[in-house]
Design a protein around this ligand. Structure first.
Ligand SMILES: [Zn+2]
Length: 372
């Protein structure tokens, strides 16, 4: 590893991520309510990450990015740190057998994330974006769901703790609730999970403000279910009044972002109003948070995002924020989308933010936890 790599952002990729396989969508879907307007046959397609890989090839010429492809797939034992044995067998077949295309891609996704976690932890990379598919933040110990197979981000947090991390901050800005990490660390004060998502969207029965963890983990889970229509104005309130003060109390030594790009104006899977500049802003705030408390250790894992015509612009802005350099690529929609509407904070959104900000008093911090 050369000295120069200390200044570079790592981005992972394997061709299997863009291939034609689809993780199960149906788990957690309610029997009534929540219209999705998203044809099941068309949403989790390889194109949704292939377009990002294309953008990556374009910007990697100008941004200080190290493309990471030399990683081993995860093995069953890695998955068993979170998933049930029955579930792993159902996805991969009996031990010793060859997994199908979806299982193989899932193992590569977890392997990519494990490799990036190690390189970020050891400071071989300044930070990293795990561009992977299938996604992970809806996966439960015993079930896939919402296009997710294995719990990528949860397994990254577990790996970071194995490497020595004592307090992991896990922020999820996918448009849908991060039920995977909420469940994984429900009683664990060493992982602070914050999810900002469209309320009562998916999974329809999780993600409410009153789910706050239990036992020693009470206060270490904060759900911010924002109303439909919320845009950059609401997200700024969420970051400045909840995410950043929570980080200041918690003082993480490793930061994970579950990065869904499906909270944009034109994503068919939700009704939120972020634009590419908002993704850049949120990323730069997470970079600053990681710099302040965690020696810069920031890993982003790719989750949802289905607006094929707009995803790449959001991704390019994220990579600019991670590297701290510009590409010169403009977002032609910003003149229209960076408007007062995007900045507005509805009374309903203000109510949610104020309520969640009141939970800061219960966020665990190092003095609470003692020295471990
Ligand atoms: Zn999503």
């Amino acid at each position: 590893m050369t000295e120069n790599n200390a200044l570079r952002t790592g981005v992972s990729w394997a061709p299997a991520f863009g291939e034609k396989h689809r993780a199960p969508a149906a788990a957690f879907l309610p029997t009534t309510g929540v219209p999705e307007f998203l044809p099941d046959s068309a949403w989790d397609v390889g194109d949704r990450v292939l377009c990002l890989y294309d953008a990556l090839q374009h910007v990697a010429r100008t941004l200080p990015i190290t493309q990471v492809a030399d990683f081993a797939p995860a093995d069953r034992n890695d998955l068993l740190r979170f998933h049930d044995e029955t579930f792993v067998r159902a996805q991969l077949g009996a031990p010793g057998s060859e997994p199908g295309p979806l299982g193989a891609a899932g193992l590569l996704a977890v392997g990519a994330i494990r490799e990036l976690t190690r390189r970020v932890w050891s400071r071989q990379l300044s930070n990293a974006y795990a561009l992977v598919r299938p996604a992970g933040h809806h996966a439960e110990p015993g079930s896939p769901g919402g296009g997710c197979l294995f719990a990528n981000g949860v397994l990254a947090a577990i790996e970071a703790k194995r490497l020595g991390a004592r307090r992991v901050l896990f922020v999820d800005w996918d448009a849908h609730h991060g039920n995977s990490q909420q469940g994984a660390f429900w009683s664990d004060p060493s992982v602070l999970t914050v999810s900002v998502h469209q309320g009562r969207k998916f999974p329809a029965l999780t993600g409410d403000v009153d789910a706050r963890g239990e036992g020693a983990g009470f206060g270490a889970n904060i759900n911010v279910p924002v109303p439909p229509g919320s845009g950059g104005g609401v997200y700024r309130e969420v970051f400045e009044r909840i995410v950043e003060p929570a980080a200041a109390l918690f003082r993480p030594d490793f930061v994970i972002v579950a990065s869904g790009l499906d909270a944009s104006y034109i994503d068919p899977s939700a009704r939120l109003s972020l634009h590419s500049g908002d993704y850049e802003w949120m990323t730069s705030r997470m970079v600053a948070t990681a710099d302040r408390y965690a020696a810069g250790r920031l890993l982003m894992t790719h989750e949802g995002g289905y607006a094929l015509g707009y995803l790449s612009l959001c991704f390019v802005r994220i990579l600019e924020a991670l590297t701290g350099e510009r590409t010169g690529i403009d977002d032609p929609f910003l003149d229209r989308w960076g408007t007062d509407f995007a900045a507005a904070v509805s009374a309903e959104a203000e109510d949610v933010v104020a309520r969640c900000a009141g939970f800061l008093r219960d966020v665990p911090h190092p003095a609470h936890q003692g020295v471990k």
